[in-house]
Design a protein around this ligand. Structure first.
Ligand code: FDM
Length: 212
């Protein structure tokens, strides 16, 4: 990498079982095969002490008020921001499974105010691209296996989450790429890889923005 060229912050968003994890792994593998420096991340990052509380909440072994868990998800992103910024500046591209938008979508789907949910995300690093894997009908997703083990994995709830993602997608259209999650893994990957390959050289000399 030549001096000063930064990596890209690439996010995958979407409902549970929309294929985010598979697609983010495939993208990491693809970019690595091109000789690029790339790392995978996911939020929630469950290993920190905040992450462990989030994990207990998600696995139903701990209950917390909706507002409190919302702020913990956000704090979990904030506690990793310095490290993320450093890696980007060193030229590493980060492929991240979920980010602020999941934070807003899941909490707003519970009934919390949209703007209140978004407020603690302001100031976090702004992604260069968000791949929104738009889910087919929620009952289709339920057939993808292991649905229903964690707190939010209920068909009706996922439908509400999808509506919030749709709203964010139309507001943030300049860097969101809505992709049909019902197509084959390979077709989806080809689309993602094409967009990412175009993006990387474009952002290499751009400053890192913040969410506002
Ligand atoms: N989730 C994830 C939230 O509710 N808020 C957030 O900020 C984030 C990042 O956590 F149901 C929810 C979404 C999902 C759950 O996510 C765990 P993974 O991707 O299944 O680990």
């Amino acid at each position: 990498m030549s001096a000063g060229k930064r990596g890209a912050l690439i996010i995958f968003e979407g409902c549970d079982r929309s294929g985010k994890t598979t697609q983010s792994r495939l993208l990491v593998k693809h970019l690595k095969s091109k000789g690029l420096s790339v790392l995978a991340m996911n939020f929630p990052e469950r290993s920190s002490s905040i992450g462990q509380v989030i994990n207990s909440y998600l696995t139903n072994s701990k209950d917390l008020p909706d507002e409190v868990i919302h702020l913990m998800f956000s704090a979990n992103r904030w506690e990793h921001m310095n490290q993320v910024k450093q890696q980007l500046l060193e030229g590493t591209t980060l492929v991240v499974d979920r980010y602020s938008y999941s934070g807003v979508a899941y909490s707003a789907a519970k009934g919390l105010d949209f703007d209140w949910c978004y407020a603690p995300e302001r100031g976090l690093l702004k992604p260069d691209a968000v791949f929104y894997l738009r889910a087919p009908a929620a009952d289709d997703l339920a057939n993808r296996g292991q649905y229903g083990e964690e707190r939010y994995e209920k068909v009706e709830f996922q439908g509400r989450v999808a509506k919030v993602f749709d709203k964010i997608c139309s507001k943030e259209a300049s860097y969101w790429h809505q992709l049909d999650a019902s197509q084959s893994v390979d077709d989806l990957h080809a689309q993602v890889a094409g967009i990412a390959e175009e993006l990387l050289p474009k952002v290499a000399n751009q400053p890192i923005d913040k969410l506002s």
